[in-house]
Write a protein that binds this ligand. Structure first.
Ligand code: AMP
Ligand code: MN
Ligand code: MN
Ligand code: MN
Length: 277
């Protein structure tokens, strides 16, 4: 089976590598098929395609859409989307615009909390484009300025849901995110289902709603997932008749626990999502 990594980030969201460098690193690490899935952005994909062609890597055009399932923030991967689809482009621009406005508000909150001027730092890390600035950029600022010990602490104290500098964004609904992906010819995959902090009962309800709205796959193996969790997720994929996906969720050196091309093997019971493209 080829080495396949269907979840990764670049400088077009909260990753630290340019799309071309990401593709070259993937090829160096033995990855044969890579999906670039930036948060609410498909803008890095043309650059990635050029580099991928040059290094013999097969690139899957992807995106990771932020969406609301009730009050729970979830991430929906769109794999193999058509990046020329203008509706998808416009809808993602709307999400990105909200991200940019939130960034300014988070910077103001942090300043009011006496945590200094984060704006210059986050803007520089996002190549001057406020619409790419995510909470990870602020977490890196807080760590760099010595206000927290690590990224996790930045989220648990300041940036996580309901914390001191949290500013919610009215992301689209789960159903709408799935529709955008389907209408652009892509395959909707629920990202890292174990990371939403919800009960097993709620997770089953989420998977049912995801399936009912046209969702096709779920990430069974992702990043630093423990192998017993991968087994549980594989059983859920079978139960809800969802295809299985796998990916590292690589971001760069600031998240050293996520390594490009590295994640547990998919259990044999899974039907791989990549058979669809
Ligand atoms: P955003 O889309 O800007 O709201 O930021 C969400 C991103 O923050 C996720 O994709 C992760 O990369 C990162 N993130 C969320 N929670 C944590 C955490 N507890 N520790 C480290 N990174 C996190
Ligand atoms: Mn991220
Ligand atoms: Mn995610
Ligand atoms: Mn991700």
């Amino acid at each position: 089976m080829p080495a396949i990594d269907l979840h990764s980030h670049s400088l077009y969201s909260d990753g630290s590598l340019a799309p071309g460098d990401l593709c070259r690193l993937a090829a160096d690490r033995g990855v044969e098929i890579l999906a670039l899935t930036d948060h609410d952005s498909i803008r890095g994909l043309p650059e990635a395609a050029e580099a991928a062609a040059a290094c013999g890597l097969r690139l899957i055009n992807g995106v990771e859409i932020s969406a609301m399932w009730g009050n729970t923030l979830v991430h929906v991967l769109g794999l193999n989307v058509d990046i020329r689809n203008t509706a998808l482009q416009e809808n993602l621009n709307t999400q990105a615009g909200a991200r940019g406005r939130r960034a300014r508000l988070i910077a103001d909150r942090l300043a009011a909390l006496g945590k200094g001027e984060s704006w210059e730092f986050v803007l520089a890390a996002a190549e001057g484009d406020a619409d790419r600035v995510g909470r990870t950029h602020f977490a890196r600022y807080l760590m760099d300025a010595g206000h927290v010990r690590n990224l996790q602490q930045a989220f648990s104290r300041f940036l996580g849901d309901g914390k001191l500098a949290a500013v919610p964004i009215p992301w689209v609904s789960l159903q709408t995110a799935i529709m955008w992906i389907l209408e652009s010819g892509g395959v909707p995959v629920l990202a890292h289902p174990s990371r939403y902090g919800i009960s097993q009962t709620k997770l089953r309800a989420l998977l049912q709603d995801f399936r009912d709205a046209g969702g096709v796959g779920m990430e069974v193996s992702s990043g630093a997932e423990k192998s017993n969790v991968v087994q549980q997720l594989a059983a859920l994929a079978v139960r809800f008749d969802l295809r299985a996906s796998q990916g590292s969720d690589y971001h760069g050196a600031h998240m050293p626990w996520l390594k490009l091309g590295v994640f547990p093997d998919l259990p044999k019971t899974c039907r791989p999502v990549w058979e669809l493209f």
